[in-house]
Design a protein around this ligand. Sequence first.
Ligand SMILES: [Zn+2]
Length: 538
Amino acid sequence: MPHKPCRTPVVLSADAGGHEPAIRWIHDGCPAGHPRLMARHTRHSNLTPWIVTALATALTGVAGCTPDATSAQSGTRTAPTPGAAGIGDTLHPGLGNGGYTVRHTDLALRFAEDLKTYTATTTLRGRATHALSRFDLDLTGTTVRSVTVDGREATWTRTGQELRVTPADPVPDGRGFSVEVTVHAPVAGPEEAEKLGTSAIGMVRAKGVVQTINQPSGAHRIAAFADHPAQKAPTTITIAAPSRVNAIANGELTATRREGVYTVRRFESRHKLAPELIQIGVGHFTVVKRRGPDGIKLRHALPTGQVNDLMPQLDTVVPKALRFLTRRLGPFPLRTYGIYATPLGGELETQSLTLLATEELTKEGMEANGSDTIVAHEISHEYFGNSVSPRRWSDLWLNEGHAVYYQGLWSQEAHGTDPADAMKSAYRDATAQLRKQGPVADPRLGAFTPKDMAPYGWGAYEGGALVLYALRQKVGEATFQRIERAWVAEHRDSTAGTADFIRLASRVAGRDLGPFLRSWLYSTKLPAMPGHPDWHTS
Ligand SMILES: [Zn+2]
């Protein structure tokens, strides 16, 4: 997820039990559970990264969170009606769009010579789930140049983050259709980078390179999308940029051609790609290819001039982290993986192309400075969040809880830390944190500022990891591993939510885990931790 660089120093204090020091960070915009916090922590201490906690986002009052619409029933033979403005996500009611499914997304970008502006054409191929008189895409900012449906000019209006498209003729129920939207926009300047960690930014040009920081709701600031993970689709990204710079995006480079002083590159993500996980890189960098474990194609984009310094670190950590995760979780969900290292960074799990700050790749090496734990966290997202995407944003704990959990296991293997220490610390903080933000799987929108960053906070990160640790304590390591492997295998390249996880865990364990898991997921007062009757929560 996107993160604002943390500049505030740590405050050390003895914990209530008089044991080892608890480490806290003054919150300066970094969400709780911030992997960068964890890495910083490992530089200053040999304690497990899980001990690090951030002060929670201040409460701003509970806001209304009524979904503005729900998808209409498929297959009804009624007069054409408008598609809903959203898919019924209570935390992000405007994201995604009702009335159709998305089968493929195509994004074609052409940058100006100075990289300060661009033109973007999005082509969505969809299928109507009811007869549509009109339908929406998500779009904020930008100037709309044209909108067509099946090649014919369409009329359109804009309201809030919705682009409302009325085709020349209604789209019949069940019919496939194609909508093409062209926009022109500035690339956000370096001043936008200051919002890192506190806002979904979209595309930004900072310190000489273009990059994207979309999570959770910034993609539709770049171009028109159905901007919800539940509507992810195989995606083609084409970047036309001046030949003096390089370009990279998610997926595999499948075509390159010259057009005068421009080079056009096409990247294919055959696996479904949510707009929030799109990465667009343009600038002076070099792409280095490697053969990874199990035939995974590795390609890293590194600042030209720093390749010789940075590659040895990636050559050490990335294959090791991939082997670590595939050993526990089964086959890697992608054929391609790599790191896009930029001066700004952001530590973001953009699919198949993790965004990482070059400052994490210091000379002493990633395992010495602790940034290897960030890489393990972000690679685990390729399973949790990218391949298995959340059905609704309240399911975010399934992304971040898992990433924190496996980051802790990596830390145990690579640095000898004990995950139980971190979990004990998190458990102690749990009640106070959950009272502010709401239960792990039912966060309160009003607790997040700004609301478009909901539900990134303690509950999704440490709270989610605590739920998984409790489950592991309840069913034992062997059954827990079977649950985890089944989860990523059965929902691979798909979307799934909290209820799906409870069902799958119960089935694999051979007993009803519903009451147990719900007591952890939907309460602000957590139950006793199995196997640790001496643990206490505030
Ligand atoms: Zn994460």
